[in-house]
Ligand binder design. Sequence first.
Ligand code: GLN
Length: 312
Amino acid sequence: MSAAEDPRRLDLDDLRVRAFGERGGAVDDSIPELAEADPDLLGIALVTVDGATRASEQADVKISIQSAVKPFLFALALQDHGSDALDRLGIEPTGEAFDAIKLESGTGRPPNPMVNAGALLTAALVDGDDAEARSRRILAGLSAFAGRDLRVSERIAENEHLLGDRNHALAHLMRAEGTLEVGADDAVAVYARACAVLVDARDLAVMGATLAAGGRNPVTGADVVGAAVARDVISVMATCGVYDGSGRWMRRVGVPAKSSVSGAIVLAAPGVLGAAVVSPPLDAQGTSVRGHAVSAALSEELGLHAFGVPSH
Ligand code: GLN
């Protein structure tokens, strides 16, 4: 049986070694902890929707989740608010950078939940009477997606909060537009804590697999979100998950995914598997260069491209 028929047979360490040939990109320097990342870190993991797990060397090295948290914040907001959350923000790709200071014209809503404006809002929509309660609910929700108790790096959360000037600007802009109902500083603090959750490739692969399995964690068996929520989240990952690189990603990899400045990428192939790659050097859109290459190879070897037809 070939790897294309059975993902459990894929040799992730071989894939990993091949990816070292890919040398471009630069590590993010928005906060000291990201600037200090090891450019040679490379972890790969995949988890099928029936819970089989494969992991490469370094798949257990922890990094901050950063923007790879956005699909899961969107999922929790949808779970807590139902379709009301969908009225509060757009779902259209922007063709702009993740931190663009721009809201939907006419409505003042964030353009989609995968850019910073949208994630500031989805984090604020999660149930909880105050910032602390929302942060607790988010951490519990992310832990359910990952199937283990995750924790926050306090130093990273603090620096994200302190140094996230564009996020403060976006929160104030959304307050001015009447889109954000909680205080601007609280919104940034909750989002910053969500970005500072520590995960490894294995955790992210389980999180992606939970979406791919329709909201049920295939490792723990827990129902984390409903199937309709998981479908909505994966749809928006497909169109907006890699920001202004989403078109290029969809053509080359063809699997809905979310990138992040820590170099993590989480992928969800509905009904098949979740996967993750962690490698810090980024391209101009803030997507891991090796992560992109490994994802393309995974897609190719496992026949995961959403629009590909097996050649005859
Ligand atoms: N910490 C980042 C921010 O909000 C997350 C961005 C990202 O990973 N693209 O600015």
